[in-house]
Design a protein around this ligand. Structure first.
Ligand code: NDP
Ligand code: PMR
Length: 399
């Protein structure tokens, strides 16, 4: 019954859609924002020289920075004690929800410098300030995952910054449960899979070498997954269920012209597109593990942080859903977690020395202890993982 009720929820109410445009270049948000102060404060304190150039034509911010790399572990000449330098972690979508809470949790330790990779600089700056993060612990860099050019530009700027890369967290996502029509990324891919999967796929591939070069004791690539992409759970059986089918839509480019906008080739469904994108995220993590763990020593991991029912992820859902979802998760399913708690969980996957196992999908039990969880059959299908990998390489221009 409950399952049926939920299935009806998104379809029985119709609401005007917000933010229909897929390729959302929020470059105007840079105007009037003092980037130089932030960058200066940040890099001066790290003894880095930073020169910036504002590219008026694209609105993109480019930072040309030279830095001297410090080894991860140094031994003091005075007392011979070993010290570990601050780790550098990139978190995508750190302007709200889980990403912000994780950035805060890591910054607070004083052991991490968080690069908040966000599409809206002003929003990210406000979020970091209001969550009490101190300036020397974070840098905001522009990244719009719905544009592969933006992904490439971000990677370029990061490489030129001379900062090491110790951990990459692919966290950002969009969810369009009420969309009647698909919207698209700059390159014309359906927005949810384009942003959540393809944008992150390109980002991770382009930054893999930087992770490889890191001399930090544990280097990691984390891709946030979810229970709703796993059909071996009750939550994963709430319609519409994730299903990649024979992947014909992805093979055709997800553009709605010569192919479907859905990975399985079916009719557009925003909620399903999100869940499919999460399956891609979990499959990609495992494919990375199979291809690169042994050679690079990088830990590849995914996780379900719990149901963080209060985040911006549900911004496009109907108001009634947003009102009832948190109490439903708190009191009925008991799957609710606060943003703070979820942030601590993801921060553990970033830095806890006991969570170094690669190829793992982490979850937490009622006592908030982490455990290695089982993925659904589809989310652990090696053949699909390899097919998704190869098709994604073509779509993002790597093959
Ligand atoms: P939020 O909406 O709060 O956070 C999503 C973040 O992604 C925002 O910072 C948003 O930026 C950013 N983002 C969206 N589109 C882009 C883009 N094109 N380029 C760059 N950044 C973008 O949601 P959550 O914190 O809940 O979601 C974070 C992750 O957690 C997602 O991967 C989600 O799938 C996962 N998750 C969430 C659960 C939950 O219950 N909430 C449960 C399981 C997994 P902006 O602020 O500019 O909009
Ligand atoms: Mg779901 C133990 C049960 C459980 C858990 C942990 C979740 C998590 N959900 C559960 C059960 C149910 N949900 C049941 C029984 C129903 C029917 C009433 C239900 C409904 C429901 C809806 C309509 N749940 C949802 C939605 C959404 O729109 C959310 C979604 O699918 O977003 C993609 C959602 C979620 N439930 C969760 C979690 C974590 C979500 C948000 C998730 C995500 O990011 O994957």
């Amino acid at each position: 019954m409950a399952l049926q009720a939920a299935a009806l929820l998104p379809s029985t109410f119709s609401v005007p859609k917000e933010g229909k445009s897929g390729a959302s270049f929020k470059d105007s948000s840079f105007f009037g924002v003092s980037l130089s102060d932030h960058i200066k404060a940040d890099f001066t304190s790290s003894a880095l020289r930073c020169k910036r150039e504002f590219n008026q034509r694209t609105g993109a911010v480019r930072a040309q920075i030279t830095a001297t790399a410090t080894p991860a572990i140094t031994r003091s000449s005075m007392d011979g004690k070993k010290t570990l330098r601050k780790g550098s972690v990139i978190i995508t979508g750190a302007s709200s929800g889980l990403g912000l809470a994780t950035a805060k949790a890591l910054a607070e330790t004083g052991k991490w410098h968080v690069i908040m990779a966000c599409r809206d600089f002003l929003k990210a700056e406000r979020a970091a300030k209001s969550s009490g993060m101190s300036k020397e612990n974070y840098t905001i860099m522009h990244l719009d995952l719905a544009s592969l050019d933006s992904v490439r530009q971000f990677v370029d700027s990061y490489k030129r910054s001379g900062r090491p890369l110790d951990v990459l967290v692919c966290n950002a996502a969009v969810y369009q449960p009420t969309a009647k029509e698909p919207s698209f990324t700059a390159e014309g891919f359906e927005l949810s899979v384009g942003t959540n999967h393809l944008g992150h796929f390109l980002l991770s591939r382009l930054l893999l070498d930087d992770l490889k070069q890191s001399d930090y004791p544990s280097k990691r690539l984390i891709i946030v997954g979810s229970i709703t992409g796993n059909t071996n759970t009750l939550a994963g059986n709430v319609p519409p269920k994730a299903n990649l089918g024979d992947i014909r839509g992805l093979a055709g480019g997800l553009n709605g012209l010569n192919s479907s906008t859905m990975i399985d080739g079916g009719d557009f469904d925003g909620a399903k597109a999100y869940k499919d994108s999460k399956v891609c995220n979990m499959l990609t993590m495992q494919e990375f593990h199979r291809r690169f763990h042994e050679e690079t020593g990088i830990t590849f991991a995914s996780l379900y942080p719990g149901c963080i029912a209060t985040t911006g992820l549900f911004r496009e859902h109907i108001p009634l859903f947003r009102l009832l979802f948190p109490p439903f998760q708190k009191y009925i399913t008991k799957g609710f977690v606060s943003e703070d708690e979820a942030g601590k969980r993801l921060a553990q996957v970033v830095s806890d020395p006991s969570l170094t196992k690669s190829g793992v999908y982490w979850s937490w039990n009622k006592a908030s202890a982490s455990f290695e969880n089982q993925l659904s059959q589809e989310a652990s299908d090696q053949e699909k993982a390899s097919k998704i990998w190869e098709l994604s390489e073509k779509l993002v221009g790597l093959a």
